[in-house]
Design a binder for this molecule. Structure first.
Ligand SMILES: [Zn+2]
Length: 176
């Protein structure tokens, strides 16, 4: 297991593969035990290991990341924020943009929400986290940054909305 694979099992898009044959069919094999006396509804795992459906071996698993899936999750969450999803997020309007007045801000927010001019140049990772807009003679940028819940560090997993606070900033290009 390489250094870069550390803790990868916790992040969105992680999947276990069989250490012996490399297949994706490593499944979690566990017995569950119910406590009838206290009518516990939570099964208690008493035995747990991975078994490979392909080669049939009990296996150590190697966690791999489905990067395409992660990309889709991040893109979906970024698009949702732009189009009005406000859970776990903040929208920042810079002072330069504010100075142009409410009507202009409203038009800018609408332009950001409906922006779809993504290209290799402005969106190389296909995460929809940046865009440039020409609006009524002004050049604007918008960008999305992903922080942890305390807003003190970057998000450990931007694909996971439960542990990520997204910030959409709309600014004049001259303020970038
Ligand atoms: Zn296998």
């Amino acid at each position: 297991m390489g250094k870069n694979k550390k803790n990868v099992s916790n992040v969105v898009g992680a999947y276990p593969t069989c250490n012996a044959c490399g297949s994706r069919n490593a499944v979690w094999d566990a017995w569950a035990e119910w406590n009838i006396a206290i009518k516990s509804k939570k099964p208690k795992p008493v035995l747990k290991h991975y078994i490979c459906d392909k080669c049939g071996k009990d296996t150590e698993v190697v966690w791999e990341l489905d990067l395409e899936f992660r990309k889709k999750c991040i893109r979906f969450l970024n698009d949702a924020l732009r189009s009005g999803e406000r859970d776990n997020s903040t929208v920042l309007i810079t002072s330069g943009l504010k100075a142009l007045g409410d009507k202009f801000i409203e038009a800018a927010c609408f332009a950001v929400a409906t922006f779809d001019q993504f290209s290799e140049d402005n969106d190389p990772y296909q995460e929809h986290d940046f865009g440039a807009i020409d609006l009524q003679g002004e050049k604007l940028f918008w960008k999305i940054d992903t922080y942890d819940q305390s807003m003190s560090m970057l998000s450990p997993d931007p694909a996971n909305p439960k542990i990520t606070h997204r910030v959409l900033t709309i600014m004049l290009a001259s303020e970038y």
